[in-house]
Design a protein around this ligand. Structure first.
Ligand code: PEP
Ligand code: MN
Length: 335
């Protein structure tokens, strides 16, 4: 059960609500986010919500049977829209395109990518400065200095930044320079990281775990929300299956399912989803047609020379063609 409290609730009134909920056999947890104050009440007993609905201090009350609650659509039917400022949003009616290299490599690469995005009217650039790599000998990113340089160039050009945070200690130094924190597939169930991201006032995009279920992704989002941050985005990026013909198996099914289960925006990552450059555009288009609110993919001026994931990275011509098709596909679906 979710009890949304009135914004200026008197602490004594809140206490009496908590006591009443406890008397009904529910355990409640208080959640304070940027938007509102909630009591999430967990308990098995069925009861008529009208018995408490009239109490002073309660703005709204909803019974949600799902394991995850605050991210559930059963509570909030209207889609959540993430506002990055300057007219850039994720969720709602548009299709957000986020593109950029797997890894931020150097100034020239950042400039060329920004130029490519600006010329295609794309407002969000992806790129890793902290890279989770399977091998410890592979390129592991430029770190915070790379992020600062990127930020400086991006801001001059009206570009927003999404970048992966790998551990709790990186949140604070990254905070002023990112517009969206990305939680990678290897960290979807790093609950300490999720708890800490719940304390910041910046959007967080959580990728589905490599072997994670849809409900596990939603529970990870619930961690961040219940810790205080409701600016959340879900991302399908392919899962590990028995199939070896592609890097991962892009679960297109997850897109309409997530959208039906949650009010949060759903983004698709076809680059990691299939892992094969020539097949990234068709999978991206399939995701857009399936209802994704955004597509995030890898592009680089010379994919053959990329420091990481070149095999799944589009060059700028391929990227421009994809952007055009994505917009056409989205328009088609909106009709
Ligand atoms: C990435 O986006 O570069 C990345 C490492 O993705 P994932 O966590 O999905 O593997
Ligand atoms: Mn990558």
């Amino acid at each position: 059960m979710i009890i949304e409290l009135k914004s200026k609730i008197n602490p004594e009134v809140k206490k009496s609500i908590v006591a009443k909920v406890a008397a009904l056999g529910y355990k409640s947890m208080e959640v304070n986010t940027q938007r509102s104050q909630y009591l999430v009440a967990i308990g098995k007993k069925e009861f008529d919500i009208r018995t408490i609905g009239h109490m002073a201090g309660i703005a709204d009350i909803h019974q949600v049977s799902d394991e995850y609650k605050l991210v559930s659509k059963k509570w909030k039917v209207a889609p959540t829209v993430i506002d990055l400022g300057d007219g850039v949003t994720i969720g709602g009616n548009g299709l957000s395109i986020m593109a950029g290299p797997c890894s931020i490599e150097n100034e020239k690469q950042i400039e060329q990518t920004i130029q490519h995005l600006v010329s295609n009217n794309v407002r969000i650039m992806r790129g890793g400065v902290f890279k989770p790599r399977s091998s410890p000998y592979a390129f592991r990113g430029l770190g915070i200095d790379g992020l600062k340089l990127w930020y400086e160039l991006a801001r001059k050009n009206g570009i927003k930044i999404i970048s992966e945070v790998m551990q709790v200690s990186q949140i604070e130094p990254m905070l002023p320079y990112v517009d969206v924190f990305q939680v990678g597939a290897r960290n979807t169930q790093n609950f300490n990281l999720l708890d800490e991201l719940g304390k910041v006032d910046k959007p967080v995009m959580i990728k589905r775990g490599i072997s994670g279920t849809i409900d596990e992704l939603l529970s990870s989002a619930e961690y961040v929300f219940s810790a205080g941050n409701e600016k959340l985005i879900l991302c399908e990026r392919g899962i590990r299956t028995y199939e070896k013909a592609s890097r991962n198996t892009m679960d297109i099914n997850a897109i309409p399912i997530l959208k039906a289960k949650s009010h949060l925006p759903v983004v698709a990552d076809p680059s990691h989803g299939i892992g094969i450059r020539e097949f990234v555009p068709p999978v991206a288009l399939a995701a857009a047609v399936a209802g994704a609110d955004g597509i995030i993919y890898e592009t680089h001026q010379k994919p053959e020379e990329a420091f990481s994931d070149g095999q799944q990275t589009l060059d700028f011509d391929e990227s421009s063609r994809l952007i055009e098709k994505l917009r056409a596909a989205h328009k088609l679906m909106a009709n």
